[in-house]
Write a protein that binds this ligand. Structure first.
Ligand code: ATP
Ligand code: MG
Length: 300
């Protein structure tokens, strides 16, 4: 019987080298069934390499990889063949095959093929030769091939690449729906604002190491709050507050201050100078800002 909290992916102490270069050191993380996990980090951090290792596509120098409790390596990847769908970097397109024929390479089920074509809205071109597809159409075909067999674990490397806003939204909705039905996702993306809308957890990689693995709830708690004030004369208000000893910054035509400050004395300074206050609000750092801050701290 399947337990809800079953560990879908367990990675422990992975080391990966290319020649003399160490590109992954002591990488460990795990996550449970039904989660959408974001794998993020700067270019060259090691995200694609981690995904390839999870798929048994590239050897490791040390460490243990398990999917559904079963070991994965370049020699043992039965669990990958049966339970995992993936799109790594770019989809492999066979020039003379149609999109539909690409899907037939993956499954014999027309029901599943019809489902995925409809879900990703590819009906209009699915029977056309795939080498005539646009960038986004090819990308969707790659995603369709990863999803069509309804695998338990889906690994998507930069899936939003080249997709228009409408397609990004459709993909988001589809992934969330599949996760509710029990599919587990590991998704890398540089579009953090998009990723933030769907992920349950984030794994931050930098220079081949795991900087952090946190749930979105934990990340939200570490997001700093700040006070945003918009006045009719921001520059002057900023100078006034600075000379009164406030740590205030002028950003994108608004004043930004620590959220812990008492509002009344602060506003009084501005109002007493005859400056009109247009808007006062509290804001929180978004995922991008938090992650960039954590990256900078991690490198100190
Ligand atoms: N086949 C290879 N031979 C040598 N070095 C490689 C190879 N593949 C990747 N690397 C190196 O491994 C490191 C991690 O690369 P990887 O592709 O995993 O990064 P990434 O996090 O996916 O980056 P991006 O965000 O740009 O996709 C990089 O320093 C890269 O140069
Ligand atoms: Mg990559």
């Amino acid at each position: 019987m399947q337990h809800v909290q079953e560990k879908m992916v367990q990675v422990a102490g992975i080391r990966k080298t290319f020649g003399r270069r160490v590109v992954l050191r002591d990488v460990s993380f795990e996550f449970s069934t039904g989660k959408i996990v974001g794998l993020v980090g700067p270019n060259g951090a090691g995200k694609t390499t981690i995904m390839k290792i999870l798929l048994g596509l590239t050897p490791t120098a040390a460490g243990d990889v398990r999917i559904s409790g079963q070991p994965v390596s370049v020699n043992t990847h039965q669990v990958v063949t049966c339970q995992v769908g993936a799109l790594i970097e770019r989809p492999a397109i066979y020039p003379f095959l149609s999109g539909w024929q690409h899907l037939q390479l993956t499954t014999a089920s027309t029901v599943q093929m019809d489902w995925v074509v409809k879900a990703l809205q590819m009906t209009a071109y699915i029977h056309r030769p795939a080498n005539r597809y646009s960038l986004g159409m090819k990308q969707k075909l790659g995603i369709a091939m990863a999803l069509v067999t309804r695998p338990r674990l889906v690994i998507l490397d930069e899936p939003m690449n080249g997709l228009d806003p409408q397609s990004v939204k459709q993909l988001r909705d589809l992934l969330v729906q599949l996760a509710h039905e029990g599919t587990t996702f590991l998704i890398s993306s540089h579009i953090l604002s998009e990723l933030a809308k769907i992920i349950d957890q984030v794994i931050l990689i930098d220079q081949g190491r795991v900087l952090l693995q946190q749930t979105m709830t934990q990340l939200h708690q570490s997001a700093r709050a700040f006070l945003v004030i918009h006045t009719a004369a921001n520059q002057r208000a900023c100078q006034l507050l600075q000379s009164a000893g406030y740590s205030v910054t002028l950003r994108e035509d608004q004043l930004s201050l620590p959220a812990s400050l008492a509002l009344t004395p602060l506003l009084k300074i501005v109002l007493d100078a005859g400056i009109q206050v247009l808007k006062v609000s509290q804001q929180r750092e978004d995922l991008e800002t938090v992650l960039l801050r954590l990256l900078a701290n991690g490198r100190e």
